[in-house]
Design a binder for this molecule. Structure first.
Ligand code: COA
Length: 181
């Protein structure tokens, strides 16, 4: 692995035998805001072989995937990372965004799964699904999560990866640097 910092694991100290509660993987690469280069998750990550695309000085952070173990989803916990109680997903992404922006990236992008896409009629195109989500007309937990954390929708794509829940589709989202130092 060429970028070991790109793995963040959230652990439950109360369960030493099985401590993992969530994880977030990320890397850096060069992206010039050309939307046509944002195709599938598979292509962008070299099928998850991110060491092939990672650049230590890449301009753009890439969130490969965030996951919280089901029993911890929605649960609010205390951590010295942030004042008050927060979801593990929020702590993971806040930590990663801070790390990447402090290290100098200009923006952070992700190819979000759209796991409730299979619940809408098959005639609805992925562009309409993500637009309706943006307008608050339907619900998707992963898009909801990214939007709540401050991401903006960049570009829906009809093929991201083999993912039946998302009908193989996905949605590129971007986190812009909030404050210039
Ligand atoms: C994405 C993920 C990390 C979010 O974790 P989380 O924030 O702890 O998840 P939650 O259970 O709180 O769900 C997120 C939101 O969806 C809502 N939600 C979840 N299931 C819902 C449902 N069936 N109907 C309506 N709302 C639902 C929650 O209320 C929450 O909304 P809020 O932000 O207003 O509180 C978690 O869902 C996960 O690990 N998913 C599997 C892996 C994955 O798909 N990762 C994304 C890769 S791009």
């Amino acid at each position: 692995m060429t970028f070991p910092e790109g793995v963040v694991i959230a652990c439950d100290e109360g369960k030493p035998e099985l401590p993992v509660a969530g994880s977030q993987y990320f890397f850096r690469f060069d992206w010039d805001k050309d939307l046509s280069r944002l195709t599938s998750w598979e292509e962008a990550t070299h099928n998850g072989n991110t060491w092939e695309v990672h650049r230590d000085d890449g301009t753009t952070g890439f969130l490969v995937g965030v996951g919280v173990v089901p029993e911890y989803r929605g649960m609010r916990v205390s951590h010295n990372l942030r004042f008050g109680e927060h979801k593990i997903s929020e702590l993971l992404i806040a930590f990663v965004l801070d790390s990447l922006f402090n290290a100098g990236v200009e923006r952070v992008i992700a190819n979000a799964r759209i796991p409730f896409y299979h619940k809408v009629g098959s005639e609805m195109r992925v562009e309409a699904y993500c637009a309706f989500r943006q307008e608050g007309k339907l619900f998707d937990p992963v898009l909801r999560f990214h939007e709540r954390m401050g991401a903006k929708i960049l570009k829906p794509v009809s093929y991201s990866m083999d993912d039946p829940e998302s009908r193989n589709g996905g949605c590129w989202v971007v986190y812009e640097r909030r404050f210039e130092s």
